[in-house]
Ligand binder design. Structure first.
Ligand code: ASP
Length: 323
């Protein structure tokens, strides 16, 4: 009896402590470089999330490295009070298979706040590459075997996964050059230090529009209907039958974050995703803001679990592991 009363008292005290959430600035950790595709999603999302969270200050912090696993580790070990959050992507689903040693378990060490968007990828080349179309690119890659540099954002990143699938589909091995995010990788593509890269449209749309890179195709099953991207064929229609890669982003908190804080975060996330400015910016960049059941934590978690199985099989087939 005494114990039960004590437990109830503790619960009430905890609930009272979090009744005013958020009480201080919230940090959203982005596990990739500033200015890249996930960072751009995070900064727009943080802006939209402020209003439903009592106009809280939301700081985006870049904790980049090791394909996103450094930032994810940081949040897994942070205080579970809802003031340190993780905005991560498909790396939630690739890194559990790829990394032999991870300091967290994506399904057990996080509370899920909900999913944010799906982002297509584009296959790009440096501007000085002689190929102007996808068939010309494949011809150039075949003629330059052994000399091709493919940029990515580290093992388990979206660009890594897409690059792996592309190499295996065209059966051409390339030298991969890892960065802490595709923001610095894009700088080197612009400078011509690397030849090709697969990158999310939230980072590539402006470069494609400016004509500073060559764009050959999109990674999704369907074309991407934006003014800048609609002209690009899919890899599937270009001959890589079944090629379909889309990158989700979601919001996560350390395990043990109180249920009422998570409920507030989920409500705020849903509100943020209805923000017309946010929707407009995301749509302009080719991203699809989530409106289905994956807005809900349990369904998003089931989706991530299914993605772990799906991409785990691809990673195992490629024999790509990181220590
Ligand atoms: N999302 C990463 C970034 O923001 C890129 C990637 O995963 O390929 O840099």
């Amino acid at each position: 009896m005494k114990r039960t009363l004590l437990a109830i008292a503790t619960l009430l005290a905890t609930a009272a402590a979090f009744a005013d959430y958020p009480e201080k600035p919230i940090t959203i950790v982005v596990p990739f470089s500033a200015g890249g595709p996930t960072d751009k999603v995070a900064r727009d999302f943080a802006e939209a999330l402020r209003k439903p969270l009592k106009n809280a200050t939301i700081v985006v912090e870049n904790a980049a490295g090791a394909g996103g696993t450094l930032g994810a580790t940081k949040v897994a070990k942070a205080a579970p009070d809802g003031h340190t959050l993780l905005l991560f992507h498909i790396g939630m689903a690739t890194t559990p298979t790829m990394y032999r040693k991870l300091n967290y378990n994506v399904l057990n060490d996080f509370e899920y706040a909900g999913m944010i968007n799906d982002v297509p990828m584009t296959l790009l080349g440096r501007k000085t590459l002689p190929a102007n179309t996808y068939p010309e690119l494949v011809k150039w890659l075949q003629e330059n075997k052994g000399k091709i540099n493919l940029a990515n954002a580290g093992q388990g990143s979206a660009s890594h996964l897409c690059g792996l699938m592309f190499q295996s589909a065209v059966q051409i091995d390339m030298t991969t050059v890892p960065y802490k995010g595709t923001a610095p990788a894009m700088n080197d593509l612009l400078g011509g230090q690397v030849d090709v890269m697969c990158d999310q449209t939230t980072n590539t749309t402006s470069q494609i529009a400016a004509g500073s890179v060559k764009a050959y195709a999109v990674s999704t099953a369907k074309r991407v209907n934006t003014p800048v991207l609609a002209k690009l064929p899919t890899l599937d229609e270009s001959g890589l039958k079944g090629f379909n890669v889309s990158i989700f982003h979601g919001l996560y908190a350390p395990k043990g974050t109180p249920a009422d804080v998570m409920a507030k975060l989920n409500t705020a996330l849903k509100e943020a995703l209805k923000d017309p400015e946010f929707i407009k910016r995301q749509e302009g960049l080719g991203a699809v803001v989530v409106t289905d059941g994956r807005l809900n934590p349990a369904e998003h978690k089931r989706f991530v679990a299914a993605e772990i199985d799906k991409w785990g099989a691809v990673i195992k087939a490629a024999g790509q592991y990181a220590d």
